[in-house]
Design a protein around this ligand. Sequence first.
Ligand code: HEM
Length: 277
Amino acid sequence: MTNRPGENYSYTNNFPYDPSVGNTPIPGALLWSALSLIVLLAGIAIVLLMFGKFDYLGWISTRQHVHPHLLPGQASAGQLALVKFFVVMALLFLMQTLVGGAVAHYRADPGSFYGFQLEGLFPSNLMRTWHLQTAVFWIATAYVAAALFLGRSLRKDEPGWFAGWVHLLFGAFIVVIGGSLLGEWAGISQMLGQWWFWLGNQRWEYLELGRLWQYLLIVGLLVWFAILVKLVQPHILSEPSTKLLVSLFLLASLAIPVFYIPALFFGAKTNFTVVDT
Ligand code: HEM
């Protein structure tokens, strides 16, 4: 352990924890951790109290009635079609946390999972891959569904095609999410032979999924963007008061597939530094 000059604890306050080499938390670390949590909670409480007590703080202080666009119990076909995206998002999040627990377990006790040889079924690198890929997917699913929901709530009527495209997009998402997660499993289990790069696991952190799934994901996200454009186009984009904000909403949405495209600019044998950059 590298202690600070004149102290009996290290520069990292004895982190990481390992009692076998005397790395145990110093009293100050415990005290300041507890204090910072208390100050954070107290700070949030004070802000909420102020905003609740003084109505000239915050956003709605003009005392005008803002009629909500979304009323409970009055969902359209398209809004109902979106519900399943949020269910999948919650399931992916649950899977991520459970897999995260398994990843932590592999670190702490690599030999066995409570007496069961879990790595025979789910190798640790697969769990690590799934932990990151389920995160990418639940976040992407949440963005996609929330933007469609928001886009729909920007207008009063719902175009007839909307619900059908939401169903179709959902089917495509299930194929890409399910296919890529299973592909990673098959790839890591050496079952895909030559196809590991295309269907299995590319192994780049956060871009573990096979190249085919990447292409499909980009196509899906571009279709999603086209749906958003169609949805907000007719009235809202021509309305001066909302034009700027809606344009920003669309640009931000387009940025998601566009920022993902550089993930195609390398192959299986490209130098690591090039890929990482
Ligand atoms: C109960 C919930 C969770 C547990 C138990 C957990 C556990 C872990 C563990 C043990 C690692 C280290 C893996 C390794 O070193 O090989 C890890 C890495 C990671 N986790 Fe989680 N995790 C949880 C939730 C989350 C959530 C909600 C997110 C993001 C939305 C997340 C994102 C990540 C990322 C990005 C890494 C990789 C970090 C890196 O290598 O730089 N985790 N997680």
